[in-house]
Design a protein around this ligand. Structure first.
Ligand code: SD4
Length: 317
């Protein structure tokens, strides 16, 4: 992390005057990230941007911070494992000119977001998965981490093994995938998304986060969107792509996020057990956020502040 704090220190106060609502007048530069781990991630991203990094550098740097957070059980190698006890990671990165890269079902890599960036920059492909992604990481000089659960994850996995029942849990302690989208002062956009996915998933399961258009989509001509929550439901509606396309047709970021949530709800009968949340920014720097259920929050950073905001939701508390 840089030495000079180029944005004011983190505030945990919700900006209640804009709870769940878009900021009507856009602002640039701007970074939005899912959940409360978005606060330190935004700070790292803004510092990168303010010290001369590109918006792509900023969104990579920001979520690398979360990938190292030992308290976080849903991002990085300390995340909760699949039902075999193996932690597998998904990540994607995209720039507003349409370049993108992702990795899925990858093991032993501390920074899958940086591996996704290498896929984008150093291969003719968009996505690498599993053993192929790991081999590519080795070729690129990424160290392989020892495959052991973090102490916290090991305790949780042992508890889960007592019943071995799989049920996606919504709003897991307010920690979840980190999706980050940002716009620089010149209107260039980029986004990143990284996760260990659903706890106790089937071995080989891949969620929305590395799927371009589902967990993340960015287009400088329109805007950017990212998602968190039950990935299967987000993939089925191409959530992030849907939001960007709705903005292209004239919806505000807020309206687009709300429409995506309505679409997701209309396609799922067991909606009481499903949480998903979306964030969006348009090319003017206007923002939107919406979730299925209460409990989703996000961090918003400008040059002036970095605040945690409670998202509005379809179902009310
Ligand atoms: C996934 N969307 O793998 C991610 C992780 C998440 O609740 O947000 N889990 O489905």
């Amino acid at each position: 992390m840089g030495t000079a704090l180029l944005i004011p220190s983190i505030s945990s106060a919700s900006a209640t005057d804009e709870k769940g609502k878009s900021n009507k007048a856009g602002e640039k530069p701007l970074i939005l990230s899912t959940w409360n781990h978005g606060l330190p991630a935004n700070q790292a991203a803004m510092e990168k941007l303010s010290s001369g990094g590109s918006i792509l550098d900023a969104v990579e740097t920001g979520v690398r911070d979360t990938e190292l957070d030992l308290e976080n059980l849903s991002v990085g190698l300390q995340g909760l494992p699949d039902r075999e006890g193996i932690t597998t990671l998904d990540a994607s990165i995209m720039t507003g000119d349409g370049n993108c890269g992702s990795v899925a079902f990858v093991r032993q890599i501390k920074h899958p977001i940086s591996l996704a960036r290498r896929v984008m920059e150093n291969t003719p492909h968009v996505m690498l998965a599993g053993e192929g992604a790991r081999q590519f990481a080795i070729a690129e000089g990424f160290p392989l981490e020892e495959e052991v659960l973090s102490p916290k994850a090991a305790v949780e996995y042992a508890k889960w093994k007592e019943t071995s029942q799989y049920k996606p849990v919504i709003n897991i302690e307010n920690h979840d995938t980190i999706g980050m989208i940002g716009i620089d002062a010149n209107g260039n956009m980029a986004g990143s998304c990284t996760t260990s996915g659903l706890a106790y998933k089937m071995h080989g399961r891949v969620g929305d986060s590395p799927i371009i258009g589902a967990g993340l989509f960015v287009d400088n001509e329109v805007g950017a969107a990212t998602a968190t929550g039950l990935g299967e439901t987000i993939i089925k509606i191409c959530g992030s792509f849907l939001i960007v396309e709705l903005m292209r047709q004239g919806r505000t970021p807020q309206e687009a996020c709300e429409e995506a949530v309505r679409r997701l709800i209309s396609k799922n009968k067991n909606i009481n057990d499903i949480q998903a949340g979306f964030l969006a920014i348009n090319k003017e720097g206007v923002t939107g956020a919406f979730a299925v259920h209460p409990g989703f929050n996000f961090a918003k950073a400008t040059l002036k502040e970095n605040v945690l905001i409670d998202s509005n939701s379809h179902f009310k508390p």
